[in-house]
Design a protein around this ligand. Structure first.
Ligand SMILES: Cc1cc2nc3c(=O)[nH]c(=O)nc-3n(C[C@H](O)[C@H](O)[C@H](O)COP(=O)(O)O)c2cc1C
Length: 293
């Protein structure tokens, strides 16, 4: 996750038994290298790097990942055909994030080892089709034979079990770990996340790249512009540069873009990542014993 998962969060999650993922989308190439090296020093367990395929310096990121022998890469926001063969040639496992069955199949055809099927509830950039996790998981499961990792709207062990009942082999959680001590996000943003209520987030900027965010002042400006039929250029000007950094990293809750999922409505506490992993695991085991409440 941009502006949230650097080496501290990724290594804490890996040390706790999950698979920590460094979000390279907000990092300059030399910053990514530093985070990978620090992550390796902080954990002996596997970890991954996420590379949004639209990233401008992607060649440099991929080279760093290869040089640093990162074992697993999660690609997102782009065509999996371009980089999957390159990464696989270097023995790297590739998981691609999709929001439709069509792209799940394309990922499988491109040689990906697994897909993350991310539903409409999810925080951050998202599919235009608005397919929810509950619908997406069985739909994707029925068209691919590679493992399916469910994402979007999952923050508890019971939700994890539900996703697995629908055919997922694993889950990817974002929002829950934004509200962790180790996330590099600004404390103002973390506090906003735990005070978010149902209905406080919405998918916006559908004309550009759709993103789910908190309905703050910036969101209202985007809505007003979209409702008045603003052009793509006008929206791009309004978005400007560095909006997500301003909101999530610098803590400007009015002017910044605050990416978070619907599930923030049930996240009530900022905790160490290891405590979150442990809580999810305990809840999962209880839910498995007593699936029906
Ligand atoms: C603050 C934030 C930043 C994110 N950044 C990225 C990103 O850079 N690349 C990516 O593939 N997904 C990104 N995501 C999506 C997450 O990886 C994950 O799939 C999503 O949060 C799952 O849904 P949830 O928020 O309901 O847990 C981001 C999510 C959040 C909340």
């Amino acid at each position: 996750m941009i502006w949230a998962s650097g080496w501290r969060l990724a290594s804490a999650v890996s040390n706790a038994g999950g698979l920590g993922i460094i979000g390279s989308g907000s990092m300059y190439p030399e910053v990514l290298k530093e985070h990978i090296q620090k992550c390796k020093a902080a954990t002996g367990k596997p970890f991954a790097v996420n590379v949004p395929l639209l990233y401008p310096n992607i060649d440099q990121h991929i080279q760093t990942i290869i040089d640093e022998k990162v074992p697993i890469v999660f690609t997102s926001a782009g065509n999996p055909k371009t980089w999957t063969p390159v990464l696989k040639q270097h023995g790297i496992k590739v998981v691609h994030v999709i929001s439709s069955s069509k792209f799940a199949l394309k990922s499988q055809e491109a040689g990906c080892d697994a897909v993350v099927a991310e539903g409409f509830e999810a925080g951050g950039h998202n599919g235009r089709e608005e397919t929810t996790t509950l619908v997406l998981i069985p739909a994707v499961r029925s068209v691919v034979s590679i493992p399916v990792i469910a994402a979007g709207g999952i923050a508890t062990g019971r939700q994890m079990l539900a996703a697995m009942v629908l055919g997922a082999e694993g889950v990817q959680m974002g929002s829950r770990f934004v509200a962790s001590n180790e996330a590099s996000s600004h404390i103002n943003f973390k506090e906003a996340v735990i005070h978010t209520k149902e209905g406080d987030t919405q998918l916006s900027l559908k004309k550009l790249t759709p993103v789910r965010m908190i309905k703050n002042k910036f969101f209202e400006e985007v809505q007003a512009a979209e409702n008045s039929g603003s052009s793509v250029e006008a929206l791009q000007n309004l978005l400007g540069r560095g909006r997500s950094k301003k909101g999530m990293f610098e803590g400007n809750l009015d002017e910044g873009e605050l990416e978070i999922g619907q599930v923030s409505a049930i996240i009530k506490e900022i905790k160490p990542a290891a405590a979150i992993v442990e809580e999810i695991w305990t809840d999962f085991k209880n839910a498995l014993k007593h699936p029906l409440l």
